[in-house]
Design a protein around this ligand. Structure first.
Ligand code: G4P
Length: 286
C-alpha cells in the first residue's frame, strides 16, 4: 500500500468520498474476493449509508470458487446485493449495470413520473488501495484512464466515464483505508499482496500464511513444496520449505527472509491454486 494513513488523511478521504456521494445514484464497493471482510473499510456501512450499494467481490479468479459462492450466499441472506467479478478479464461485469437498474428502478420511475428526462445511472467505485478500482474503471470504460494514484489528499476535477448508454462512472474512485489496526486483518492483507511487505514483519506474515494453509489447504501446501508430511509446528515447516528451495545462508542456516519472500510470492501468483483466506463461517464466529 502506498499511503501512510494518518488521522488527517482518513478524515480527508472520508470527506472526499462524502462529496462524491452527492453526485451519484449508487456505490460499487470493491472488495477482494479472497478476503471480503478484511478488505473493506471498517466504517464503510456508515460512510455510504445514504446510497444503494453493490458489493463487488473482485479478483474472484484468484479466490477459492466454493468459498466465493458461500460469500455470495452470505451477502444474499443479509439482503446486500453482491456479485463476483474479475476486473482484469471482465468476467461478471455485464451484471453490474443490470443489477444497478433493478436497485434504482423506483428512483428512476419516480423521476420519470415527475417528467425528468431519463439519464444514465451515475456510480462511484469505492475500495481500499490495490483492490482493483482503477482496473475496474478502465475495464468498464474500455479505455486506459490515467491512474491518479492512491493519494487521498489529491483533488482533481470530477469527470464521468461512459459505460454503454445506461451507466456513468466517476473517473476517480473513492479510496478508503482498511481495518489495519486488527493484526489478523493486516496478515491477510499482506498475504494477498494488498499491503506492502515493508509495513509488516515478513516472517510473521509467512507464519500466518503457512498456518492457514496447513489448516485449510494442506494438500496444496504439500504438493507445491513436495512435502511428504506436514509437521505440527510451523518452524519445522518453514525449515523444510527453506531447505527444499535452497534458501540457505552460509553456515547452513535457513534464510527465513528469503523463504518468506518465496512463499508469499508463490501464494500471490496463485502457484498454490485459487485460495480464500476467510469464510463467512469464520467471520460469524469472530
Ligand atoms: P486500485 O486502483 O484499487 O489501487 O487497484 P489496481 O486497479 O491498481 O489493481 C491492483 C492490482 O490488482 C493490479 O496488479 C491489477 O492488475 C490487479 N487486479 C485488479 N483486478 C484484478 C482481478 O480481477 N483479477 C486479478 N487477477 N488481478 C486484478 P498489478 O498492477 O500487477 O499490481 P500488483 O499485483 O503488483 O500489486
Amino acid at each position: 500500500m502506498t499511503i501512510q494513513w494518518f488521522p488527517g488523511h482518513m478524515a480527508k478521504a472520508r470527506r472526499q468520498v462524502t462529496e462524491k456521494l452527492k453526485l451519484i445514484d449508487i456505490v460499487f464497493e470493491l472488495v477482494d474476493a479472497r478476503i471480503p471482510m478484511s478488505s473493506r473499510n471498517p466504517m464503510i456501512d456508515e460512510i455510504v449509508s445514504s446510497k444503494p450499494r453493490i458489493v463487488l467481490l473482485n479478483k474472484a479468479d484468484k479466490a477459492d470458487d466454493a468459498i466465493t459462492k458461500q460469500w455470495l450466499e452470505f451477502f444474499k441472506e443479509k439482503g446486500i446485493p453482491a456479485l463476483a467479478i474479475d476486473a482484469q478479464t471482465g468476467t461478471g461485469l455485464k451484471q453490474i449495470t443490470a443489477l444497478s437498474k433493478v436497485l434504482l428502478k423506483e428512483k428512476f420511475d419516480k423521476m420519470a413520473s415527475k417528467g425528468i428526462k431519463p439519464r444514465a445511472i451515475r456510480a462511484l467505485i469505492i475500495g481500499i488501495p490495490n483492490v482493483g478500482k482503477s482496473t475496474l474503471i478502465n475495464r468498464l470504460a474500455k479505455k486506459n484512464i490515467t491512474k491518479t494514484g492512491d493519494r487521498p489528499g489529491v483533488t482533481t476535477a470530477q469527470q464521468w466515464v461512459k459505460v454503454g448508454q445506461e451507466l456513468e462512472l466517476l473517473d476517480t474512485p473513492g479510496i478508503l483505508w482498511p481495518k489495519f489496526e486488527d493484526q489478523l486483518v493486516g496478515f491477510k492483507l499482506a498475504t494477498t499482496g494488498a499491503i506492502k511487505d515493508a509495513i509488516l514483519n515478513l516472517q510473521e506474515v509467512t507464519v500466518f500464511a503457512l498456518n492457514f494453509l496447513k489448516e485449510h489447504y494442506p494438500k496444496r501446501l504439500m504438493g507445491r513444496f513436495h512435502l511428504d508430511e506436514l509437521p505440527d509446528e510451523v518452524v519445522p515447516l518453514f525449515d523444510e520449505i527453506g531447505k527444499k528451495r535452497g534458501c540457505i545462508m552460509p553456515g547452513g542456516y535457513i534464510d527465513y527472509d528469503k523463504t518468506s519472500e518465496l512463499v508469499l510470492r508463490e501464494i500471490r501468483a496463485d502457484k498454490l491454486g485459487r485460495l480464500s483466506f476467510e469464510t463467512p463461517k469464520q467471520f460469524i464466529e469472530q
